[in-house]
Design a binder for this molecule. Structure first.
Ligand code: HSE
Length: 408
């Protein structure tokens, strides 16, 4: 029997406890040993649960129990999760976490600590919830030089954008509906400002390209400024707007990484990823494009990924298992202004607008009913963001919106 502890009995932690109990027999068969939850750390009381006697409010009871070999961290947030996970790894316990904030901020350090102590630190659930994505990148696609990852990494904003696209809802109404349905938190800023997607693209990029990408290095733009006019203009270009986290390896080995509302063609597989679903496209030199699709959040989908990591750690109690990246370095992630972009731009239709647009070079005009009356829309040539901003400024056009366009 292998004893585990769970830190945090919230949505995901309670799902982990539930799945470990409900599927105990098949899990034991797959792990080669039984797995039993010995302790659950939570400040709240759960007297009616069948495993009520497992609860403790004292982390020391977990870290000092030599029988506990694996600790699951589902508390979320950086503090005290970071200190607790570090102490567990220092105490010789392998760790599984679903905490993207922790992995995005401290993944390199915790992986190094796990490696030093011959332990495992796994976090499949931190990106894409129940979608297998980290293990496939690390193992199944290992033969490839991955050169780009792009994904719809946040279910709440994808639900909101879907309602704006399919039902013509405003941003405010879509947010209210997401909150009513329990998708968005009462404070929805981590979702709508793009921070949640940013943490996830940091983890994906760190794993795929081998160097830590820190959230502060990634240009992050949420969906709060997206209007119905933008949605309709994108539709006129036979495209949809999705919140895309993207990391592209540059020829010089550095990385371009952004999170931003992005216009993608309706012919892209990612354009059909709707509602709360996530979709992640990985581009490799041998495989071409692969897309992973599924439920990126929720109690049981996320618990499914956590428990799979626990099983993996039980099978590798004496040996370290894959998953590693180094620390990042200053300048590894290029300033977003240096990256090449193409934008869907909407400007006021003034008397001299057509001539000013033509002066920008080889633009593609966007025609059709979706473009609001009084506006003109066009897709710019590909150039650096700095050059594009300078050209738009110099043009004298009245820019109403500019959205990145990506060929995904
Ligand atoms: N708030 C997140 C989402 C939960 O909507 O995708 C999973 O990280």
């Amino acid at each position: 029997m292998v004893y585990v502890a769970i830190m945090g009995h919230g949505v995901v932690g309670s799902g982990v406890a539930e799945v470990l109990r409900k599927n105990a027999e098949s899990i034991a068969r797959k792990a080669g040993e039984g797995i039993e939850v010995r302790r659950i750390l939570d400040l709240r009381e759960f007297p009616d649960l069948p495993y009520a006697d497992c609860f403790t409010k004292d982390f020391e009871e977990i870290v000092n129990d030599p029988d506990i070999r694996i600790v699951v961290e589902t508390m979320g947030g950086l503090n005290p999760a970071y200190a607790f996970v570090k102490r567990c790894l220092e105490a010789g316990k392998s760790v599984v976490t679903s905490n993207k904030e922790l992995v995005a901020a401290k993944g390199d350090e915790l992986l190094a600590l796990a490696r030093k102590n011959n332990l495992n630190f796994l976090f499949e659930a931190s990106v894409g919830g129940g979608i297998p994505i980290l293990r496939p990148i690390d193992q199944c696609l290992a033969a490839n030089e991955v050169y780009e990852i792009a994904g719809i990494l946040n279910g709440t904003t994808n639900f909101m954008l879907t309602r704006m696209i399919e039902d013509g809802m405003s941003f405010e109404d879509a947010l209210a509906l997401a909150q009513q349905l329990g998708y968005a938190e009462r404070d929805p800023s981590a979702d709508i400002e793009g921070h949640d997607a940013c943490r996830k693209i940091c983890i994906l990029a760190s794993l795929a390209f081998g160097k830590h990408v820190y959230p502060a290095e990634v240009y992050t733009e949420g969906i709060t400024k997206i209007t119905s006019e933008d949605v309709r203009t994108a539709a006129a270009a036979d495209s949809v707007i999705k919140l895309i986290g993207r990391a592209v390896l540059q020829e010089d080995g550095r990385l371009y990484a952004t999170v931003a509302p992005t216009v993608i063609s309706k012919s892209s597989l990612l354009s059909d990823v709707n509602d709360v679903f996530n979709g992640i496209m990985v581009r490799g030199d041998a495989i071409g494009d692969v897309v992973f699709y599924g439920r990126g959040a929720g109690k049981l989908p996320t618990a499914s990924a956590v428990v799979a990591d626990v099983i993996d750690e039980v099978k590798h109690l004496k040996a370290r298992k894959y998953l590693f990246w180094e620390g990042g370095y200053e300048g590894y992630v290029i300033p977003h202004e240096e990256g090449t972009v193409q934008m869907l731009v909407r400007v006021a239709d003034t008397a001299d607008a057509a001539a000013k647009i033509a002066a920008l070079g080889n633009v593609q005009m966007v025609e059709g009913d979706g473009v609001p009356a009084g506006d003109i829309a066009f897709i710019t040539p590909v150039m650096t963001e700095a050059a594009l901003d300078a050209a738009l400024l110099a043009s004298g056009l009245t820019v109403k919106s500019r959205l990145r366009v990506a060929q995904l």
